[in-house]
Design a protein around this ligand. Structure first.
Ligand code: SF4
Ligand code: SF4
Length: 363
């Protein structure tokens, strides 16, 4: 039976949750809520380790001495715009990007994952999404009450991520095959990973101010960055609309308590919908963890009975990423072919920061 209005209380031999559906007594009651957060933590630690290794690699190259650590190709995951251009170039010319091939692999993985399991890349994998989530969870731990923007601000603000995505896609679509090839061969693109590192290590006051503002907003508004501003998430959300998987609710066993809705960081109306198909759903399964009724919410493919649980989801995400990286490595689609002597020459020029962005020639 549907309960479109009025969210009822539930019996309390269940995990204790606050009014937002967050577990207060430290137990999920189903022993699966922590799995996603363990996956997020593991991937976040891997990202930090990759960043530190890259920092050491670049610092050693800049000093001109011996380089004692291998270049961690995973840093190219932070070059999604370059990866989009490289994919367009691949579609037009069949050429795999020789300088940042891992960026193509990681973007391809995120798109395929979204085609399979909705925006699971955002909910389980992305380190920025993890930081965004940690910020609002830290806010909750500090006693900050989470707010929801009124609809007349929320809707236009949610469109910002699509507008940003549209801007990048428009620019890339405008570029001819020759423009793209010349960008991908430019010194700027060859050292785009180091430019990205500089973005974090030589942070400007304006950038720092914007990041601090985003952190503050994230304390009060759940997943503020992901919900409103991330163009990567917007792309994956659009792709995810083709995914056969979705959260489904059994209206027969649902009591209409609203725990699922309160637990959803994206405020999705799980408690009144038969299934959730919006591009906003990150496949995080927090609604399932919050539901006190057995076999009421399930994440499964349309037309199939078999449901996916968080353990299976976490395993599939990690196993498929490891398999894709392994295949890319053994087939020569992962490692940059930028010669070390050329990389060193860019790192030791007097003013590395002056390697400028190549503009698109006017036509
Ligand atoms: S509907 Fe469920 S799976 Fe989708 S984002 Fe909300 S809590 Fe996560
Ligand atoms: S699906 Fe579960 S958590 Fe959501 S309203 Fe129904 S009983 Fe409550």
């Amino acid at each position: 039976m549907d309960h479109p209005a009025g969210l009822k209380n539930v019996q309390q031999d269940r995990p204790i949750r606050d009014e937002e559906g967050l577990i207060k007594n430290g137990s999920s009651g189903k022993n699966f809520f922590p799995i996603r957060r363990q996956v997020q933590l593991a991937l976040f630690i891997a990202t930090i380790a990759t960043g530190l290794q890259f920092y050491i690699y670049v610092a050693q190259a800049m000093r001109g001495g011996e380089i004692t650590v291998p270049r961690p190709e995973g840093v190219e995951g932070f070059l999604p715009i370059g990866a989009l251009m490289a994919w367009k170039n691949f579609i037009l010319s069949g050429e795999w990007d020789p300088f940042h091939p891992a960026a193509m692999v990681i973007l391809g993985f995120a798109v395929v994952l979204s085609l399979a399991f909705r925006k699971a890349f955002c909910g389980w994998f992305c380190p920025i999404g993890t930081l965004s989530e940690w910020a609002w969870r830290a806010g909750a731990a500090l006693g900050v009450k989470h707010h929801r923007l009124p609809g007349w601000i929320d809707w236009p603000l949610r469109s910002v991520k699509y507008a940003l995505l549209g801007f990048f896609v428009y620019i890339i679509l405008q570029m001819t095959a020759k423009d793209i090839e010349s960008f991908l061969q430019s010194p700027y693109y060859k050292v785009a990973d180091v430019k990205m590192l500089y973005f974090f290590t030589h942070i400007s006051r304006i950038t720092a101010g914007v990041l601090i503002l985003l952190v503050i907003l994230s304390l009060f508004f759940r997943n503020f960055w992901c919900r409103h501003l991330c163009p990567y998430g917007a792309l994956l959300g659009i792709v995810a609309t083709a995914s056969p998987f979705r959260v489904q609710r059994n209206a027969e066993t649902c009591t209409g308590c609203g725990g699922c809705h309160r637990a959803c960081a994206f405020h999705l109306p799980v408690h009144v919908k038969k299934e959730i198909r919006t591009p906003e759903c990150s496949g995080c399964m927090d609604c399932m963890a919050a539901c006190p009724e057995k076999n009421t919410l399930a994440f499964r493919a349309k037309g199939f009975k078999t449901r996916l649980n968080p353990f299976q989801m976490g395993f599939l995400i990690l196993a498929s990423f490891i398999a894709i990286v392994y295949l890319a490595k053994i087939s020569g689609h992962w490692k940059s072919r930028l010669p070390e002597h050329e990389f060193r020459s860019w790192m030791t020029i007097s003013d590395f920061q002056k390697i400028g962005h190549p503009s698109i020639p006017e036509r």
